[in-house]
Write a protein that binds this ligand. Structure first.
Ligand code: 5GP
Length: 190
């Protein structure tokens, strides 16, 4: 997506450890006009009927909510902290965090994803695919169908995208970075 690639080139900063910092428009301050264009793009790609968008807190929530207006469906976000507000039956999965380098448990109430649902997963970044594999585990526990995965920025030099596509999943990333180093970012051209 050209406007997203231009924005990454203008405002993104490549940090140590293969981290792209885009907190002026995606991860801290959010550019809602850009989110709107990205939501429209996801809706143009994923044509089947989506009944739930599932994401993971915190940075997936913004783009998931804006996109959901085009799919006209609710957003459910997996929680990372054990909350006293979570009661009843729960789905849980273990995820290894790329940015914090630690394991955490994600939780979704079984009330909000059921076997009647067709789910679209949305997240801000795809790196090694751990977050998406955790959410796929939760979808399996629920018996719901997975329509596909919408990602804002895929780091194509890490293994997540290839792994998920090999599983036969429709992974649609709005920008795929094949190579990056401080001052240089190269996008995959379709
Ligand atoms: P994965 O689970 O695919 O290994 O990593 C994806 C998750 O890690 C995303 O939810 C995102 O929050 C975080 N992440 C991975 N790489 C980056 C990055 O380069 N920049 C930022 N800001 N977050 C990242």
């Amino acid at each position: 997506m050209e406007i997203l690639e231009q924005r990454i080139l203008k405002d993104g900063a490549v940090k140590e450890g293969g981290i792209l910092k885009v907190d002026s428009f995606l991860n801290h301050q959010c550019d809602i006009e850009l989110f709107n264009e990205m939501g429209r793009e996801f809706a143009a790609h994923f044509k089947g009927k989506v009944t739930k968008i599932l994401t993971i807190e915190a940075s997936g929530i913004g783009i998931a909510c804006v996109a959901a207006q085009y799919f006209r469906c609710p957003v459910v976000f997996a929680k990372k902290a054990k909350s006293l507000n979570l009661d009843g039956s729960l789905y849980t999965a273990t995820v290894h965090s790329y940015t914090y380098d630690k394991e955490y448990t994600i939780t979704v109430s079984s009330k909000f994803i059921t076997k009647e649902d067709t789910v679209l997963l949305i997240d801000d970044f795809l790196a090694n695919g751990q977050a998406m594999l955790g959410l796929i585990d939760i979808i399996k526990q629920s018996g719901a169908a997975l329509l596909g995965i919408g990602i804002v920025i895929e780091k194509g030099f890490q293994s997540g995208g290839a792994k998920l596509r090999q599983m036969g999943i429709d992974v649609y990333s709005l920008a795929i970075i094949d190579e990056m180093s401080p001052g240089r970012i190269r996008f995959r051209k379709s």
